[in-house]
Design a protein around this ligand. Structure first.
Ligand code: GLN
Length: 451
């Protein structure tokens, strides 16, 4: 714990953490030592973790990287972090993210950009770590924690994993409790581990997963021993390659990486099959209707009365307006505007309802594909880490970064990104494996074989 705290201090330029907790971390590490000496060690005893600052942590400021939560200290602990502490883990601090997890580059944070540790020496232009869990990904990649938590609504664990050369696992929707995680899009949000290895991801998932009566969408099914699943290998597994993921303008190096993944799996005895996911091209527009719609509803609670920031006004409406104008950043406002538009009486049928129907078709595509195959292999992201500022003026090009991650999110399926090689300019690239609902074991098995 002390060594990680020192490393965090020495790597401030990355801006990976919003809050570092040296006193609390050392205290937790000492308690952990005592438990170990008493022979009461938990599964994560003494392991120093970083927590995305979207998880509520009791008595520790929680920001969602938004100005509007200034001064908010939750009086409760999220279920997922609570179970990590119960199993002996130590909290180093809270990591940076895109504001309310809205973004793919960690550039919408009120607390500033995070730098990708792969190019952090200042000799060349700084790169983004991906997002929204950019701080967690940077912290894992730069050895500023043993592992981290992230959340993934449309790719926020997997894409930063790919851009930083780390492992990011988004479990099935309902596998981990959402209770105490600040909501972005409730039908999509899912917590998951961000780690250096697939084995660590398996161990972390085991500690994070499980039914929670406080989240009615968490599923009451036993948590398997994920680590034990790793050695299964891929021999005899059928792995699908969806032709529709060959999107226009896909860079050659991404195509080559994908082929490399196919070859690796084949060499280990997997059977590769072409599958068809016909609705792939509709996933991104569907996501960017559904997610903002839910966000606009979830963010209505930040009104200057219940949490954080309050900017005084002449009357209550004026106070609401001034608080929300000052408290939310540009991307969050854009999502609220899109969300309220697609939900409004005149447009609901044309946008929101239509998107919900397409979402069902996307889920059916996957269901049909998984009758033929056990896993689906795709690239995680259409490009490696890009420059800070390169896409901030062009939201559409930013949204395009999510093209390979949102389909599985809309279908609620588990997906993992595994580091799989380097781009021509020496930056990490990731491959994604998508699995059947609640079949994280096979996803991890496949990932372990790719690693
Ligand atoms: N990049 C996507 C978005 O901006 C996904 C973010 C996430 O998964 N939290 O909505």
């Amino acid at each position: 714990t002390a060594a990680y705290l020192e490393a965090i201090d020495a790597a401030k330029v990355l801006n990976a953490y919003i809050t570092v907790l040296p006193g609390k971390a050392i205290e937790m590490a000492k308690e952990s030592d005592a438990r170990r000496k008493a022979g009461e060690a938990g599964a994560l005893e003494g392991i120093p973790l970083a927590i995305k600052d979207l998880f509520c942590t009791e008595g520790v400021q929680t920001t969602a990287a938004s100005h509007i939560l200034d001064g908010f200290t939750p009086p409760y602990e999220s279920t997922v972090t609570g179970s990590l502490w119960q199993q002996g883990a130590v909290m180093l601090g809270k990591t940076n993210l895109d504001e309310f997890a809205m973004g793919s580059s960690n550039e919408t944070s009120y607390y500033g950009d995070v730098r990708n540790p792969w190019r952090a020496d200042g000799s060349e232009d700084a790169l983004v770590p991906g997002g929204s869990s950019g701080g967690s990904a940077a912290a894992v990649a730069a050895h500023l924690c043993a592992a981290a938590t992230g959340t993934d609504t449309g790719g926020s664990i997997r894409q930063p994993g790919a851009l930083t050369g780390t492992v990011g696992l988004k479990p099935t929707y309902g596998r981990c409790s959402r209770w105490g995680i600040i909501a972005f899009a409730s039908s999509l949000d899912q917590a998951g581990p961000m780690t250096r290895t697939v084995r660590d991801a398996a161990i972390m998932l085991g500690a994070m997963a499980g039914h929670d009566a406080k989240d009615s969408t968490s599923i009451n099914t036993p948590v398997p021993n994920y680590e034990a699943a790793l050695d299964g290998g891929v021999k005899g597994l059928k792995i699908g390659v969806p032709e529709e993921y060959r999107v226009d303008g896909m860079p050659k190096e991404i195509e080559d990486l994908w082929q490399q993944g196919v070859d690796w799996l084949k060499a280990q005895g997997a059977e590769i099959k072409t599958v068809s996911l016909k609705q792939t091209k509709n996933a991104l527009p569907t996501y960017y209707i559904v997610a903002p719609a839910e966000a606009s509803s979830n963010l209505a609670r930040y009104d200057g009365v219940r949490y954080g920031l309050r900017v005084p006004g002449d009357d209550i409406t004026d106070m609401y307006e001034k608080t929300r104008a000052a408290g939310f950043g540009a991307e969050v406002k854009r999502r609220i505007l899109i969300g309220t538009y697609v939900l409004s009486a005149g447009y609901y049928d044309a946008y929101y309802l239509k998107a919900q129907k397409v979402r069902t078709l996307i889920a059916q595509d996957f269901k049909a594909a998984f009758e033929d195959v056990d896993l689906i292999l795709t690239p995680t992201s259409p490009e490696p880490a890009f420059g800070i500022g390169a896409k901030t003026d062009d939201p559409l090009s930013m949204y395009l970064n999510d093209v390979f991650t949102v389909p599985a999110s809309l279908a609620g399926l588990p997906g993992i990104s595994v580091p799989a090689g380097l781009s021509a300019n020496g930056l990490p690239l990731g491959l994604q494996l998508i699995g059947r609902a609640f079949d994280e074991e096979t996803v991890l098995r496949g990932a372990y074989a790719l690693e």
